[in-house]
Design a binder for this molecule. Structure first.
Ligand SMILES: Cc1cc2nc3c(=O)[nH]c(=O)nc-3n(C[C@H](O)[C@H](O)[C@H](O)COP(=O)(O)OP(=O)(O)OC[C@H]3O[C@@H](n4cnc5c(N)ncnc54)[C@H](O)[C@@H]3O)c2cc1C
Length: 374
């Protein structure tokens, strides 16, 4: 008999879960339906930096998860036969003004490299060497260069993964759904029962699980970035991502597209309206490192809603006392990095069952998902 699986949310977590549910051994017995409301998705708005290794976060579980997410990317992209317009290891440069800060950062990079092969080669670059790699910067700073750092187009990635899965066992429905207290999925065609349901609803998880009498520790945060149309350098497609000290990040894509961002606005919550003051602030960051950039060079503004938990850590797995459901949220500002690994693990759990031990990556789920009766 066919096993029916529903996925609610078509961001990076839902899309990778759907992809692996069409690829893993045993998936020919599955019928998968993904529901996505298409509103506010963080994945579509994201800047696209995949470079977790120099983060100062002390949370070791987060680091293991982010590192394994960065490791998974080359394999996922190769397996799904996606091109460099979606994902490319262009390298990342993290800059520091002071020589001692640069040395400290380089020492951290060397230490992390010992257990992170995906980082590739690690070196320090002078300001001139940074400019040679990223000629659009007219006022570069010296930095640490990591060849394995990457940039990804989140929107293109989820579309491609959903297309691949749709060739096998996936149906995508663009609609907002809800849950009944007894665990059915309320769709535009009425309530439906599924054998497993993956709740990949990002910042909206709290609302989604409320009918189950479950409280999710998730809050929304607005993020905004700008896209600039800059001169198309010959090496544009291979330019490293630059994370300048004290400024916004610079993410060059092909064909003269440069992303500058992003903001973290707790007050913004679910607000998706671009803020002109924020746009001016992002432009200011670009102007401090590049000459000749004006507001006329802004080709787009993107806004999305990130999900944060109280300890800023992502969480995922079977919902306590409601094991029909698997949930994920709280991916914060690094969810494009951790998301594919979370989606893959959830897909395996939905398919094979059992009680996976993910303590290497996260605290127990009861930390974030509690009965609202408590
Ligand atoms: C501006 C910005 C820049 C970022 N830059 C980076 C970066 O450079 N690197 C990085 O690693 N991460 C980055 N992130 C973070 C990353 O984008 C997110 O953490 C990640 O995309 C979250 O993925 P998700 O699948 O959990 O949620 P989302 O991508 O938000 O997807 C959730 C989906 O569920 C849908 N949904 C919710 N409720 C329902 C319902 N009831 N019915 C149907 N559909 C529903 C929503 O509409 C949405 O489409 C950035 C985020 C933002 C906003």
């Amino acid at each position: 008999m066919q096993k029916k699986i529903a996925i609610i949310g078509g961001g990076i977590v839902g899309a990778t879960a759907a992809y692996y549910l069409s690829k893993l051994p045993g998936t020919q017995r599955l019928e998968v339906t993904l529901f996505d409301s298409g509103v506010g998705q963080a994945t579509k708005a994201a800047a696209g930096i995949i470079s977790p290794w120099l983060s100062k976060r002390r949370n070791q579980r987060w680091y293991q998860l982010a590192k394994s997410g960065a490791d998974l990317y080359p394999e996922l992209i190769h397996d799904a036969q996606l091109g460099t317009e979606v994902y490319q290891q262009t390298g990342t440069i993290v800059t520091r003004e002071e020589a001692t800060d640069l040395e400290t950062l380089f020492a951290l990079a060397q230490e992390r490299r010992q257990t992170a092969a995906t980082m590739g080669d690690v070196s320090t670059l002078t300001a001139q060497e940074v400019q040679a790699k990223v000629p659009l910067l007219s006022k570069p700073q010296p930095g640490v260069f990591i060849t394995g750092g990457a940039r990804v187009d989140g929107d293109a990635l989820v579309h491609a993964l959903l297309d691949r899965a749709s060739e096998k066992n996936l149906t995508v429905r663009q609609e907002r759904v809800s849950l009944t207290p007894d665990g059915q999925v309320v769709t535009s065609m009425g309530p439906r029962h599924y054998d497993r349901v993956i709740l990949a609803a990002g910042a909206w998880l709290k609302d989604l699980v409320a009918p189950l009498a479950v409280t999710a520790d998730v809050r929304p945060q607005k993020g905004q970035l700008i896209e600039l149309a800059v001169k198309d350098y010959e090496l544009q497609e291979n330019m490293p991502v630059v994370m300048p000290e004290g400024e916004r990040d610079f993410i060059p894509f092909g064909h003269g597209k440069l992303i500058v961002g992003a903001t973290h606005e707790d007050d913004g919550k679910f607000n998706l309206t671009p803020d002109a003051t924020v746009t001016a602030d992002l432009l200011g960051s670009a102007q401090r490192l590049m000459t000749g950039i004006t507001a006329n060079d802004i080709s787009g503004v993107r806004v999305g809603t990130r999900a944060y938990s109280s300890d800023f850590a992502p969480f995922f797995g079977p919902v306590p006392e409601h094991e029909l459901f698997l949930a994920a949220s709280g991916l914060g500002s690094s969810g494009l990095t951790t998301g594919p690994q979370i989606g893959r693990l959830l897909a395996g759990s939905a398919l094979y069952g059992g009680t996976p031990d993910w303590s290497e990556y996260e605290l127990p789920l009861t930390t974030y998902l509690r009965s609202s009766a408590e």
